[in-house]
Design a protein around this ligand. Structure first.
Ligand code: HEM
Length: 295
């Protein structure tokens, strides 16, 4: 068998790939699922494991079996399928970078903050680098031991990645985008008045009415819970009930700018969990400058 040639992200390839990623997201309205793909690649990270890639994190391992078939990743093979054409065409972009690039592009195109992602992630090159099953959060009971409820569970999972309460709340705000589907996670309804006609792939239950718009409506809607057509998982609800989480959930419901600022910082941290850089990481702005183009 031919040896696997490791992908190293090149600035020129990244610039071209980004344009195609943006077109893909605009045409398929797939912002939410690519955000979730990148988060599930990163969110396997365990700060207590020192050895790479066994520590998990943003290393592209989600593209391999068995990780893609983990319970929490149900439905994410669709995201890999969507990105496959671009991944095959641009060997000069690592999978780990491509997944993170698609996520921040999806957020920005949905009206969210421009997240100054850094590039140059090394890929896990084979399935031996897959993260163990069970490192991502569950949206409902039964809570894995020793958690007694959703608050404990969130802390067990996110503290293991190195996040604090404020960052847990900020990151949860990504549920301003997208839907839960009975066929994937088992949560939500087959369709609601907000999802039955898509756009893109129809169905499921969304957290917000405009589920392709990145704003702070998630925090308002979960707080009010006045619309039975919208979904609230136990892990969303607890952000407004738990004393450690509530001040941040209240703040973000009242102040979108504060949410965007804190979300950007937390997302950047998420995108770099467990990352080994090929060389010095670089930003998209640096790619544009090296190409003689303007931002
Ligand atoms: C706080 C703990 C979290 C839990 C328990 C959780 C759970 C879930 C569940 C059950 C779904 C539905 C999957 C489906 O049926 O397809 C989902 C979707 C989603 N999650 Fe989370 N999630 C969490 C945190 C996050 C974070 C940190 C992000 C991103 C930074 C995120 C982004 C998304 C997005 C964008 C979707 C929609 C996907 C789509 O519409 O295809 N989630 N999440």
């Amino acid at each position: 068998m031919a040896p696997v040639v490791a992908r190293v992200t090149k600035k020129e390839a990244l610039l071209e790939a980004q344009k195609e990623v943006a077109e893909l997201i605009k045409s398929k309205h797939c912002n939410p699922i690519v955000v979730r793909l990148a988060w599930h690649d990163s969110g396997s990270y365990d700060k207590n494991v020192k050895e790479w890639p066994r520590c998990g994190g943003a290393n592209g391992s989600i593209r391999f079996y068995p990780e893609i078939t983990h319970n929490a990743n149900a439905g994410l093979s669709d995201a890999l399928e969507l990105l496959k054409g671009i991944a095959d065409k641009y060997e000069g972009v690592s999978y780990a970078d491509l997944f993170q690039l698609a996520s921040v592009t999806g957020i920005e195109l949905a009206g969210g903050p421009k997240i100054p992602l850094r590039f140059g992630r090394k890929d896990t090159e084979n399935p031996e680098g897959c993260a163990p099953e069970g490192n991502l959060p569950a949206g409902g009971a039964p809570w894995p031991a020793p958690a007694k409820g959703p608050g404990d569970h969130l802390r067990n999972v996110f503290y293991r990645m190195g996040f604090n309460d404020q960052e847990i709340v900020a990151l949860s705000g990504a549920h301003t985008l997208g839907r839960v589907k009975p066929s994937r996670s088992g949560f939500g309804k087959e369709k609601t008045k907000y999802t039955e006609n898509g756009p893109g792939n129809p169905g499921g239950s969304s957290w917000t009415a405009e589920w392709l718009k990145f704003d702070n409506s998630y925090f308002k809607d979960v707080k009010e819970q006045s619309d039975p057509e919208l979904v609230v998982l136990e892990t969303d609800n607890v952000l407004h009930k738990d004393d450690g989480f509530r001040p941040y959930a209240e703040k973000y419901a009242a102040d979108q700018e504060a949410f965007f600022k804190d979300y950007t910082a937390a997302h950047l941290k998420l995108s770099e969990l467990g990352v080994q850089w090929e060389e010095t990481p670089f930003t998209f702005e640096e790619c544009l400058n090296c190409n003689g183009a303007t931002a």
